[in-house]
Design a protein around this ligand. Structure first.
Ligand code: SF4
Length: 338
């Protein structure tokens, strides 16, 4: 049995694909790089942006039309299974928490039958992590988040926060280093919420990672600024370990408190600016990345001006700017659009 994995989306999705690779390897199932000559194609999908979703659906419809055997997993499998069925009625659907079952259903799907597992149970998926031997190991540390940002579709795909156990994460990191990985990317939807459902937090996890011996670097994934005040001092202390890249990705999304409120982002512009000042004071040579959404419903010229002023004040090293796009389940799609 030969499979091909196509991955869309964020570092967490890429980490999940590495877990699928590990599960298939364990079952002796090979992966090919040749999409056209395999028995089953596994599509790890993303729903963050309409553009990506349309691209995925077009590809799915084409493959279905050509009689390809496809398993769809990732965020679209849990957020919009009906959409998948509409564009690819023969495609199988397996939500991320259930990917460990893929080896057992491959023959069934390979024989042309359809299989759907769309329930989404909270499982410590990192338990299935197998070192890939890749230079960069992407390690998922949690599923879901504690926020409910009004523009976000991912919330519907991944649900409520489920932080994976520190012990399993540390083991996965040790495996990876032993198998030759030189960089560890810890990934989740909101790394900043990590552990808040289990009596720990990202700073504590970083200190535990620091106790691992070895020559490797660590990149901490995206953090919603909402939770940093809970552990910022401890987190800054963790960056004393030079193996943590001096990099923080802190999406602010808007420079207007009125718009942040409408986005249901639970911090203020002033609070965000204070956090940035504190991080820069504590982490020498910090590289700051942020995200901005432009054209959010209700945004006025004054709001946009406030965002531009914030960018001029903060001067992030990297800014990802995206145009607001209404997402099917996100409440902002029901507001008057610009
Ligand atoms: S923190 Fe907000 S934007 Fe990020 S996944 Fe959660 S709801 Fe979506």
């Amino acid at each position: 049995m030969q499979t091909y994995i196509k991955t869309y989306g964020c570092t967490l999705n890429q980490a999940d694909s590495d877990i699928i690779v590990g599960i298939l390897n364990d079952a002796g199932i090979k992966q090919s790089h040749d999409e056209d000559n395999v028995d089953v194609i596994i599509m790890n999908t993303c729903t963050v942006k309409g553009v990506t979703e349309r691209k995925i659906l077009e590809k799915l419809s084409r493959m279905d039309g050509n009689g390809k055997k496809v398993i769809v997993t990732g965020c679209m499998a849990s957020a919009n299974p009906d959409l998948i069925t509409k564009y690819a009625p023969n495609a199988s659907i397996v939500t991320m928490p259930n990917v460990a079952r893929i080896p057992s259903i491959l023959d069934y799907i390979g024989s042309g039958k359809r299989y759907v597992i769309d329930k989404y149970d909270a499982v410590d998926r990192v338990a299935g992590f197998r070192p890939t031997g890749f230079t960069i190991a992407k390690i998922p540390i949690s599923d879901g988040c504690l926020s409910s940002c009004s523009f976000c579709e991912t919330k519907f795909a991944r649900g409520r926060l489920n932080s994976f156990s520190e012990e399993l994460i540390i083991n996965a990191i040790k495996y990876s280093i032993k198998s030759g990985s030189k960089e560890i990317q810890i990934a989740s939807q909101d790394t900043g919420a990590y552990g808040l459902d289990k009596g720990t937090n990202i700073a504590k996890l970083m200190h535990k990672i620091s106790r691992i011996n070895g020559d490797f670097m660590v990149r901490v994934g995206m953090l919603n600024p909402e939770h940093l005040d809970k552990y910022i001092t401890d987190m800054i202390a963790a960056f004393d370990d030079r193996r943590f890249y001096r990099f923080v990705h802190l999406p602010v999304q808007s420079g207007s408190n009125r718009i942040l409120k409408s986005m249901r982002r639970n911090y203020t512009v002033e609070g965000f600016a204070d956090i940035v000042r504190e991080l820069r004071a504590g982490i020498k040579g910090l590289s700051l990345e942020t995200d901005i959404i432009v054209g959010f419903p209700g945004e006025t010229e004054t709001d946009l001006e406030a965002t531009i002023n914030l960018m001029n004040d903060i001067k992030p090293d990297v800014t990802n700017i995206s145009r607001f796009a209404a997402r099917p389940h996100a409440s902002a799609s029901r507001l008057e659009q610009i």
